[in-house]
Design a protein around this ligand. Structure first.
Ligand code: CO
Length: 287
């Protein structure tokens, strides 16, 4: 078994999206760095309503999946098909935009903390034009596993095995076979987890720091930075002196050309031009 170490770090940068929601963008930021099949990772966290209250009014997507994980707060998702998803603390919305969706994501609170993530996962060429689908997962549908030595693992996608007992997340399989874990560790706590060598993987600590790799060769990954991992077949991490909370994200790379124009992610320029025409004509959202 070879342990994955830090290959490179993508520091998040302050950004604003939607109608002025303040966020930290690591993947998909100004340098356009992606980790195939992952296109973008935004972290939003604020107790100041002015940072989030205007939300994300109606906007389109085509060609990929958006995964919204709310740590604190309440958001309402509505789309052109009449689908409504109430996203509450600890819940996840897994949206496969496919050929097209126009939706809004609006905070349902006037004060208090709004905190969470939006991750974009690419779809293979053969699935970019399939019909849109959703999974709306409440916190109670996402299993939480106690880790030996302290800490917990929330299993959104993929499987975590502790003492021979497998805990399976509600999202499984698909072309990119994603792993999405939210791990909480006490000071000095360790987490070791197998990830197939053919999968791309990165870590994102949002509280505390992590030492990534085996004892002796571990490197430190700072809060709010995406740590892209070298090839290998497992991860070994140790929380810093204040403990840590972090996302583990992994998936099977698509190895296809990526042409992105804002919320449209396709394989060619022509497909992007078609997506823009379809959005302007209304064809993007016609079923
Ligand atoms: Co959106």
């Amino acid at each position: 078994m070879s342990t994955r170490t830090l290959q490179h770090t993508i520091e998040s940068a302050h950004a604003s999206d939607g109608a002025g929601v303040k966020l930290r963008r690591s993947l998909g930021g100004t340098h356009g760095v992606r980790v195939d099949p992952f296109l973008l990772l935004d972290e939003f966290s604020s107790e100041t309503p002015g940072d989030y209250i205007a939300g994300f009014p109606a906007h389109p997507h085509r060609g990929f999946e958006t995964v919204t994980y709310l740590l604190d707060g309440h958001m309402l998702h509505e789309d052109h098909l009449g689908h409504r998803g109430d996203l509450k603390t600890g819940g996840v919305q897994w949206m496969t935009a496919g050929r097209g969706i126009v939706h809004s994501e609006m905070p349902q609170q006037e004060n208090g903390r709004l905190r969470g993530f939006q991750l974009w996962i690419n779809l293979p060429a053969r699935e970019k034009m399939k019909a849109a689908t959703y999974r709306d997962l409440q916190a109670s549908e996402i299993p939480v596993v106690a880790l030996p030595g302290g800490g917990t693992a929330k299993v959104i996608a993929g499987t975590v095995e502790v003492d021979g007992q497998a805990t399976v997340g509600p999202i499984q399989g698909g072309s990119t076979d994603p792993v999405y874990l939210d791990i909480s560790l006490p000071a000095g706590g360790r987490f070791s987890h197998p990830i197939g060598s053919e999968y791309a993987a990165f870590l994102y600590p949002f509280e505390g720091q992590l030492d990534v790799g085996s004892n002796g060769t571990a490197r430190t990954l700072n809060t709010h930075s995406a740590g892209v991992l070298t090839p290998g077949d497992r991860i070994d991490v140790t929380a810093g002196k204040n403990g840590a909370r972090f996302l583990v994200l992994a998936g099977r790379p698509l190895r296809e050309p990526v042409v992105q124009y804002g919320p449209f992610v396709m394989n060619t320029r022509e497909e992007i031009e078609q997506a823009i025409r379809d959005y302007q004509s209304g064809a993007l959202t016609r079923t």
